[in-house]
Each structure stands twice: as C-alpha cells, then as structure tokens.
Design a protein around this ligand. Structure first.
Ligand SMILES: CC(=O)SCCNC(=O)CCNC(=O)[C@H](O)C(C)(C)COP(=O)(O)OP(=O)(O)OC[C@H]1O[C@@H](n2cnc3c(N)ncnc32)[C@H](O)[C@@H]1OP(=O)(O)O
Length: 149
C-alpha cells in the first residue's frame, strides 16, 4: 500500500473526482459543487488518494464546532476491496485529531452495507434514522457517530 499517497484535493483534480463520483453515487455531486467546496467553504477539507498520479479515491469533511461531518467518501470501483477505504478512514481520523475534532458523524444509505461495515470497523455507531432521506429512491439514511476520535 506504499504506492498510494493521500493529499489535499485541488481544483485541477475535480474532473477526475467527478468521474469517480458518477461511478459511485446515484445522485453524484457536480463539478460546481466540488469547486464551491474547495474555494468557498472555509470549514471543508477534501483529500484524494492517488497511485502514480492517478486519483483512485477521495473524501470530504466539514470541520466545525469540534465536530467532523464526513460529506463523502469513495474509491474507484476498480480499486475497491484492497484497503483504500481503510486508508481514507485512518486519514480522516488523524486529520480530525490534528484539528481538535472530538466526534465524527455521517449519513449513509440503509442498504449500503459495505460502507456501514467500514464505518463500524472504525467505531462509528448507528444513532438514528432519517426516513426517506434520499429523494431519488426514498431510501432511509442511517446517521452514525464516532465519539472516541
Ligand atoms: C458519507 C458517505 O459518503 S456514505 C457513502 C460511502 N461511499 C460509497 O458508498 C461509494 C461507493 N463505495 C465505495 O467507494 C467503497 O466501497 C467504500 C469507500 C465504501 C469502501 O472502500 P474500499 O476501498 O472498497 O474499502 P476497503 O477495501 O478498505 O475495506 C474496508 C472495510 O470495508 C468493508 N468492506 C469492504 N468491502 C466489503 C464488501 N464487499 N462487503 C462487506 N464489507 C466490505 C469491510 O469492513 C472492510 O474491512 P476489512 O478491510 O477489515 O475487510
């Protein structure tokens, strides 16, 4: 896994990130959404994971009031199942510690058992459900928190 590097996302990365976003989510974020996050949102941090300069995954987090809200995390389908999600989660946790974050939260589709497994592995617990949160399918969201950052 030494071949993979995690670094801050830049505006030049957005095209590649949006491609992975389309391969990963039913309602993908647009180029403009990422641009706004990178250039206007002062509490946002976005990081990419790359191999030989090719972006293969990324995550976003908002750091505010001592809490971290994970906005998205994705790995390119061809690179899933080899530990990159683990690497991204570890990076999220160390970034959070460096920034004085004491708790992390996120929303995930109730049917997304792969992601739920990943989060549970790092100490996230299911705290609540939001009924019909995802307007595309009407699926519920599970709200998860990790209190021991
Ligand atoms: C806040 C949000 O963004 S919620 C939405 C999360 N993102 C997505 O659903 C996008 C599409 N999915 C993905 O991009 C990826 O599947 C991710 C990011 C969820 C996981 O990334 P991967 O690189 O495949 O994860 P990785 O290989 O590191 O596995 C980490 C853990 O995830 C879980 N996991 C991974 N693959 C599977 C699988 N096929 N079945 C069940 N659990 C799995 C396991 O707990 C695994 O732990 P282990 O390494 O001890 O087995």
């Amino acid at each position: 896994m030494n071949d993979f590097l995690i670094r801050d996302m830049t505006v030049d990365d957005i095209d590649e990130v949006v491609k992975i976003e389309h391969l990963s989510f039913k309602t993908p974020w647009t180029y403009e959404a990422f641009l706004s996050e990178l250039t206007k949102n002062k509490v946002a941090r976005y990081r990419v994971i790359e191999k030989d300069k090719k972006i293969v995954g990324y995550y976003g987090i908002w750091l505010l009031y001592g809490e971290g809200h994970i906005t998205n995390i994705a790995v390119h389908p061809e690179y899933r199942g080899i530990g990159l999600g683990n690497m991204l989660l570890k990076d999220i946790i160390s970034l959070s510690k460096e920034n004085g974050i004491s708790a992390l939260t996120l929303e995930v589709r109730v049917g997304n058992s792969v992601a739920i497994n990943l989060y549970k592995k790092y100490g996230f617990v299911e705290v609540a459900k939001r009924k019909g949160y995802y307007s595309d399918t009407g699926e519920d969201a599970i709200i998860m928190w990790k209190y021991d950052v």
